[in-house]
Design a protein around this ligand. Structure first.
Ligand SMILES: Nc1ncnc2c1ncn2[C@@H]1O[C@H](COP(=O)(O)OP(=O)(O)O)[C@@H](O)[C@H]1O
Ligand SMILES: [Mg+2]
Length: 366
């Protein structure tokens, strides 16, 4: 048992409206009594998988299935294949050549968090994960949102009862038993979420070491499975599901939508991150901010982008994800934008963001 680190509450200067972190009376969090915590020993005490890494070749040529995969889902849902009404103007090219990306020295576990809904958390998780996997890296997406949007976008069907995140958190099932391959890219896996996960937020309250469940499961998975990147796609709240992700991760990626009020939720998120750092996971750091849904036609988007860059000069990626119809259409076909429309501006922006993240990961560990 490690002595708990001294809690450190930092208020981020400059953002303007520090808010108090709301305490959920049912959960008691963030005022988790220290004595109830089961302190994880430092991650380095248990070395992750040290077997041979898959060698990335100069570039990967990925066969992309001809046309959208929508029909498969419609057939499951409605009993007959979809009538193809409005195919994209340009169909996906047959192959996508993605440059091989450098692997980090240790697995990087990202929590994709922002308690605001609809800012692009899921879109960012799945598209970055696919971009890194298409670059030859081994990637896992853990879907922590009961809506299961990340699972859908990665081409994995998840009717109620599909085992996944719920089983891992609630019954302590092994991750390896429920992780499934995504058809989006070789070496891309997903731990599916179903609507059952909605109950976990409340059911977790009475469970021992409730905030460490995901961390434990992930750590034991990493002992015998090779992974370069893990993305934890959070629901739009700061409840116990997000807390589990914040405890399990070592880096935070915050997508920020280029709209008015963009920074409002971020202030609260930063306070939460500081609480988690001080109390539960002192390895956690905010390392990537990604501007999403950027609309180059509006002044507001550029102003928000400037403001975000002022607050997070080092963390904000140079690449900005544009507002793009192709990005929003892709999930309804069970695809990421990278395979749905590889030549679109949205796909290219996620490929560039993935390259930058991979490059920084290698430089930082060098
Ligand atoms: N760059 C983008 N351009 C257009 N639509 C987007 C973009 N990013 C996300 N969206 C759409 O916005 C909605 C919310 O995005 P999502 O990733 O689900 O947010 P969150 O996970 O934060 O709730 C979805 O319908 C998604 O398809
Ligand atoms: Mg989401």
């Amino acid at each position: 048992m490690l002595a708990p680190p001294v809690a450190e509450y930092r208020v981020t200067p400059g953002i303007g409206w520090p808010l108090d972190v709301a305490v959920d009376p049912r959960i008691g969090w963030p005022n988790v009594p220290r004595e109830t915590l089961d302190w994880p020993t430092k991650a380095s005490a248990e070395p992750p998988y040290s077997g041979p890494a898959p060698t990335a070749t100069a570039s990967h040529v990925i066969e992309i299935p001809p046309g959208p995969r929508r029909a498969r889902f419609d057939e499951d849902e409605f009993g007959s294949p979809a009538v193809e009404e409005d195919p994209p103007a340009v169909l996906p090219t047959a192959t996508l050549t993605a440059a091989a990306l450098p692997a980090p020295a240790l697995p990087r576990v990202f929590v994709v968090a922002n308690q605001k809904g609809g800012v692009g958390k899921t879109t960012t998780s799945v598209n970055l994960a696919a971009a890194l996997a298409l670059g030859g890296l081994s990637v896992l997406v853990v879907d922590l949102d009961p809506q299961g949007n990340a699972t859908t976008a990665l081409g994995v069907d998840h009717p109620p009862g599909t085992p996944g995140t719920y089983e891992v958190l609630m019954s302590g099932a092994a991750l390896a038993d429920h992780v499934v391959d995504s058809p989006e890219a070789p070496s891309l896996k997903v731990l599916p979420a179903t609507i059952d996960l909605a109950g976990a937020e409340i059911e977790l309250v009475s469970i021992v070491a409730r905030e460490n469940r995901l961390k434990r499961a992930l750590r034991s998975y990493l002992q015998d499975h090779y992974l370069d990147y893990v993305f934890l796609d959070c629901p739009p709240s700061l409840g116990l599901l997000t807390l589990n992700a914040l405890v399990a991760a070592n880096e935070i990626l915050v997508p920020i939508q280029c709209e008015y009020y963009a920074l409002e939720g971020v202030t609260q998120l930063l306070r939460t991150i500081d609480l988690v750092k001080g109390e539960l996971n002192n390895e956690l750091r905010l390392s990537v901010v990604l501007l999403t849904m950027f609309d180059a036609r509006t002044k507001l988007a550029a102003q928000v982008a400037d403001e975000v860059r002022q607050h997070f000069p080092a963390e904000t990626l140079p690449t900005v994800v544009p507002r793009s119809v192709r990005i929003s259409e892709a999930p309804s076909y069970g695809q990421t934008v990278l395979t749905y429309q590889p030549s679109s501006a949205g796909a290219i922006s996620y490929l560039e963001a993935a390259q930058e993240i991979a490059r920084r990961g290698v430089e930082e560990s060098a």
